[in-house]
Design a protein around this ligand. Structure first.
Ligand SMILES: [Mn+2]
Length: 279
């Protein structure tokens, strides 16, 4: 569909991305723009939480790389990519516009979508916050790294030294954290089961979603559970190859990008091997 693509652009039948959270500092819009520049697809699904509360947020953050992301998506739409935008809970104001059957700049807005893979599998595409009642635990705890854990535990020693002085009994942070992590893992499991169950109930072969910032591709209760992840905590996308094969891409791992490199430095480093724009 995309008539001309530079040779180093990787082509896919379908690309699914979600939870970009544009408009927040957390969004890795630099890596995302890089991904959009170096890939092209016949279909692009934006599976919710794309623009984060553009009317409601107090700390709105927008720089040129956020602009670049929007520009690249619209350029894809005008170059023939079929772009579908499924609003999530952070861009839910767009849900009010759904009944109008809107199409803006070649991007169609839908509450849910159906995607049929090249090998004939029917996938239900939805953001996933509809099942929030099953995920009540702090998701960051599921990703809590070793460093944070160790730091928290040493802070806890000070905390308990103070408690002891004030005559309070010892309170174990490590026990509490372990319990929370276990609960968070269980919550993710409940989310996956709920979404897979919904897909099965509606007669689909699988579900594509986002929302919990946890990329995953596995079979749950006889249907395919596909979570495309996010562009805040990880930089992941779900892609469909031309034969229908599905794959999760970890853009940071593939490109050996560092989360700790300052954005400016990163951009300058990429300047030398920059790929021409797709459209
Ligand atoms: Mn969400």
């Amino acid at each position: 569909m995309n008539a001309v693509s530079p040779p180093d652009v990787q082509r896919y039948r379908t690309v699914f991305i979600s939870d970009l959270h544009l408009g927040t500092r957390g969004c890795r819009s630099d890596f995302l723009a890089d991904f959009l520049r170096k890939t092209s697809s016949e279909r692009l699904f934006l599976v919710g939480d794309i623009i984060d509360g553009w009317r409601l947020r107090k700390s709105w953050f927008w720089d040129e790389s956020h602009d670049e992301v929007i520009r690249l998506i619209l350029a894809k739409a005008s170059a023939g990519t079929e772009v579908t935008y499924i609003p999530g809970n952070h861009d839910e104001m767009l849900r009010d516009w759904l009944p109008m059957g809107l199409e803006i700049g070649g991007v169609r807005l839908l509450r849910n979508a159906e995607h049929v893979t090249a090998d004939g599998r029917r996938l239900l595409v939805m953001h996933g916050d509809e099942f929030d009642s099953v995920v009540r635990y702090a998701k960051f705890l599921a990703h809590l790294g070793d460093w944070a854990y160790t730091t928290a535990l040493s802070l806890n020693r000070w905390f308990n030294a103070i408690r002891r002085r004030l005559g309070y009994p010892y309170w174990s942070l490590s026990q509490w954290l372990k319990r929370q992590v276990k609960e968070a893992v269980k919550a993710i499991d409940r989310f996956e089961t709920a979404l897979a169950g919904e897909a099965k109930r509606r007669g689909f072969d699988g579900v594509v979603c986002g929302h919990i910032h946890h990329a995953e591709m596995r079979e749950v209760g006889g249907v395919l559970y596909l979570n495309d992840g996010d562009w805040v905590e990880s930089c992941t996308a779900l892609v469909e190859h031309f034969d229908g094969r599905l794959e999760l891409l970890d853009w940071v791992a593939i490109n050996r990008l560092s989360f700790f490199t300052p954005r400016e430095q990163q951009r300058r480093a990429q300047g030398s091997n920059r790929v021409p724009e797709t459209a």
